[in-house]
Design a binder for this molecule. Structure first.
Ligand code: FAD
Ligand code: 2HG
Ligand code: ZN
Length: 481
């Protein structure tokens, strides 16, 4: 369904004319200016194939100065723009709603410096996450963020959404790991906040404004300084089955107690979701005889294989004795480790509509861990096919509800949606959760901000937006629309 069916175009924004295209061409040159219909079709469509804009122009700047020139001109002409990275976002934030010009950072993909003593990497915003991780791996380091979209998403997009990913429990959020940013404001000012210091309490930490929350509405991130940890050689992964959700919670406590400094992932999925995913992916069930309702994928990462393995073995023995776990397996080699992670990524990748017909409605919620699974049970009473999994260690639940298509006018859709919204958001707010744990608000959830932020807070956000982007040209209709 076109995203634009929910809002009307802000007529204060200019419509592109030949003079504008000529001007932009003068800034980015012919290789940075795309008007090809096929390329525009891809850039106008989000990863879920749910949101679709109608931009007639895509720009690929090659430097911060070019970004600055683009924004300065766009502000003066009141041309709306959408900053775009790898276009893997899941809330419709990276594509135009109407005819906004797409500014894709992909051509700004240079690694500027890496300091092996401090582990600080400085790079341009268009670097792809996996490329950065491979670059670091050659030097014995790793990126402190990992997620299923790593092959396409860009560090600028990761920063702008404050992506959480699979190992937040170990390495923390980007708020802590990003040491500095260069950001271009809507009037073309290049804001140099590219500090590469561990400690820097010099006035307001303005870069944090652009890490999460902003999602391209306050400025365009052009350079990033990030603190990277050592890549440790010993990785172990266990796939464990629990009979009830209370045991899963106790497992988290025990994992923290016994695995402490080596714990690097704590992911969960219920049997309904796992069965559904395996049906689609064709992978073998890691615990073929298990009849349990909950599964945990627990990873440790450390510096000493025999020590770490012994820790994990002891942990599993303890939780088996306590009856918290009733079945489980520990990967015996790297192939099995990859297989377990493959299944984890399939939790998401194998769900419709990706490569298959159909649609999926996604909810990415932070909920206090004790209450988190109650929502799944309540929703299952309303709907049959609720796929639930998440980063349990971070209190982050992912709900996926399949539908035949995104036809929001179909009566089926209305019946389906009426059973989910606003119930999911209201329930989450009532339990002091957040309606956006890690994916952001984008276009999909801009209307839902009030469930997790007070009116005073939203008002201050509006004032900040008006100050930094007085003409409102940056990613309109998103986040605090
Ligand atoms: P885009 O999708 O292009 O953009 C996302 C938002 O950031 C948009 O609002 C855009 O305007 C803005 N933006 C992009 N680049 C810039 C820039 N340089 N300056 C200013 N604004 C910019 N997210 C998680 O948190 N955890 C996960 O585990 C996770 N797993 C995923 C797995 C898959 C398979 C997929 C497809 C997505 C997943 N995501 C996950 C969603 C996640 O938000 C994105 O993958 C990623 O962070 C977005 O990066 P991107 O470069 O693709 O940004
Ligand atoms: C993940 O954890 C991603 O795999 C996507 O954040 C989750 O929306 C989803 O299903
Ligand atoms: Zn996630």
């Amino acid at each position: 369904v076109p995203a634009s069916s929910k809002v009307v175009r802000d007529e204060r924004f200019a419509t592109l004319d030949d003079q504008d295209i000529k001007h932009f061409s003068g800034i980015v040159g012919s290789k940075g200016l795309v008007v090809d219909k096929d390329e525009l079709e891809v850039a106008n469509t989000d990863w879920m194939r749910k949101f679709k804009g109608s931009a007639q122009l895509l720009l690929r700047p090659q430097s911060s100065n070019q970004v600055a020139e683009i924004l300065k001109y766009s502000s003066s002409r009141r041309i709306a723009v959408v900053p775009q990275g790898g276009n893997t976002g899941l809330v419709g934030g990276s594509v135009p709603v109407f005819d906004e010009v797409i500014v894709n950072l992909g051509a700004m993909n240079s690694i500027i410096s890496f300091d092996e003593v401090s582990g600080i990497l400085i790079c341009e915003a268009g670097c792809i996450l996996e490329t950065l991780d491979k670059f670091l791996a050659d030097k014995g380091f790793m990126f402190p963020l990992d997620l299923g979209a790593k092959g396409s998403c860009q560090i600028g997009g990761n920063v702008s959404t404050n992506a959480g990913g699979l190992r937040l429990i170990r390495y923390g959020s980007l708020h802590g790991n990003i040491l500095g940013l260069e950001v271009v404001l809507s009037d073309g000012t290049i804001l140099d906040m590219l500090s590469s210091l561990r400690k820097d309490n010099t006035g307001y930490d303005l870069k944090q404004l652009f890490i999460a929350g902003a999602e391209g509405t306050l400025g365009v991130v052009t350079k990033v300084a990030v603190l990277t940890p050592q890549k440790l050689p010993s990785v172990n992964v266990g796939f464990l089955a629990c009979t009830d959700y209370t045991s899963c919670q106790k497992m988290l406590l025990e994992a923290r107690k016994h695995l402490g400094e080596v714990l690097s992932a704590f992911e969960f999925i219920d049997s309904f979701a796992l069965d559904m995913v395996l049906k689609h992916s064709g992978d073998r069930h890691p615990l073929p005889d298990a009849k349990e309702k909950f599964y945990l994928l627990i990873e440790t990462t450390g510096s000493n294989q025999s020590h770490d393995k012994e820790k994990l073995d002891n942990f599993v023995e303890t939780v088996l004795t306590q009856g918290l776990v009733v079945d489980g397996t520990i990967a015996q080699d790297n192939t099995q480790i990859s297989n377990f992670w493959h299944i984890r990524e399939a939790w998401f990748l194998q769900l419709p509509p990706l490569g298959k017909a159909g649609a999926v409605y996604k909810y990415d919620l932070s909920i206090p861990i004790k209450d988190l699974y109650n929502l799944v049970e309540i929703l299952r009473e309303r709907l049959a096919t609720v796929v639930a999994y998440g980063h349990l260690g971070d209190g982050n639940l992912h709900l996926n509800i399949s539908a035949p298509d995104y036809d929001e006018k179909a009566s089926f859709f209305f019946q389906l949606l009426a059973k989910i919204e606003p119930f999911v958001y209201e329930w989450t707010a009532a339990h002091k959760g957040s309606v956006s744990a890690e994916h952001g608000l984008g276009f999909m959830k801009a209307h839902a901000i009030h469930y997790s932020r007070s009116p005073e807070t939203v008002e201050l956000m509006r004032k900040m937006k008006a100050m930094l982007d007085p003409n409102g040209i940056l990613n309109p209709y998103k986040v605090i629309a």
